[in-house]
Design a protein around this ligand. Structure first.
Ligand SMILES: O=C(O)COP(=O)(O)O
Ligand SMILES: [Mg+2]
Length: 220
């Protein structure tokens, strides 16, 4: 593959490395049924992912009859208990993810994850996908006081992966804002959970699939 102008490639997790929506939707379905709420479609859930678990629970409650703090607390606990035990039932890497990670690692880049998923869930999911040895750093939504779009977790992931020239690969407006705030180039994947056209995110490149990622990075 062509030489990479980056020492570190940082990836978002949900909607970027893996299609996690089926298991997130499963945990939401469990929560909603316990609370006597109607189900949400998978497509509706996809648009709610990207700002952490609390935001996901709040959005799901608002979409099914409303939310208040007490209900959110209860929903959050129901969601966490179910999701923690069902992290990788319907979750799948996107096509070509592993080949792209192999190619980037072979080129000498360090790989890292910066996600708004709670760190323990991110680590457990990455282990269940068999990816533990691939990442030099994993920073989650609760690893620091601030989560994406604050630039701190991205800076932390870059530092923990050894520092140097970095790029963020993500799927959402949250990732775009994080990269911009951190002064780091941003590549958006078209297949994730963006709530708006990916062309509107101001990314340095858009990739349709993992097959195009290494060339897009080499061209930045
Ligand atoms: O938990 C979420 O909101 C999604 O996390 P992400 O940052 O990996 O997309
Ligand atoms: Mg994402």
């Amino acid at each position: 593959m062509p030489a990479l102008p980056f020492d570190i490639v940082v990836f978002d997790l949900d909607g970027t490395l893996a299609d996690t929506a089926p298991d997130l939707a499963g945990a939401l379905a469990h929560m909603l049924s316990r609370l006597g709420r109607p189900e949400l479609t998978l497509d509706a859930v996809r648009t709610m992912i990207g700002n952490g678990v609390r935001a996901l629970v709040r959005r799901a409650l608002r979409a099914t009859g409303g939310a208040d703090e007490i209900l959110e607390e209860e929903g959050h606990a129901l969601f966490l208990a179910h999701y923690g035990a069902h992290l990788c039932i319907g979750t799948k890497p996107y096509p070509g993810t592993e080949q792209a990670l192999d190619a980037l690692a072979e080129s000498g880049a360090a790989l890292a994850v910066c996600t708004n998923k709670p760190e323990a869930f991110a680590r457990a999911l990455i282990a269940q996908l068999g990816w533990e040895s691939r990442f030099a750093a994993i920073v989650g939504g609760d690893s620091l006081a601030a989560r994406k779009p604050d630039p701190a977790p991205l800076h932390e992931a870059i530092a923990r992966a050894g520092g140097g020239r970095a790029v963020l690969v993500g799927d959402s407006v949250t990732d775009a804002a994080t990269a911009r705030a951190a002064g780091v180039p941003f590549v958006v994947v078209r297949f994730g959970y963006s709530d708006r056209p990916v062309e509107d995110l101001g990314a340095d490149a858009v990739v349709d699939s993992f097959a195009g990622l290494t060339d897009a990075l080499a061209d930045l």
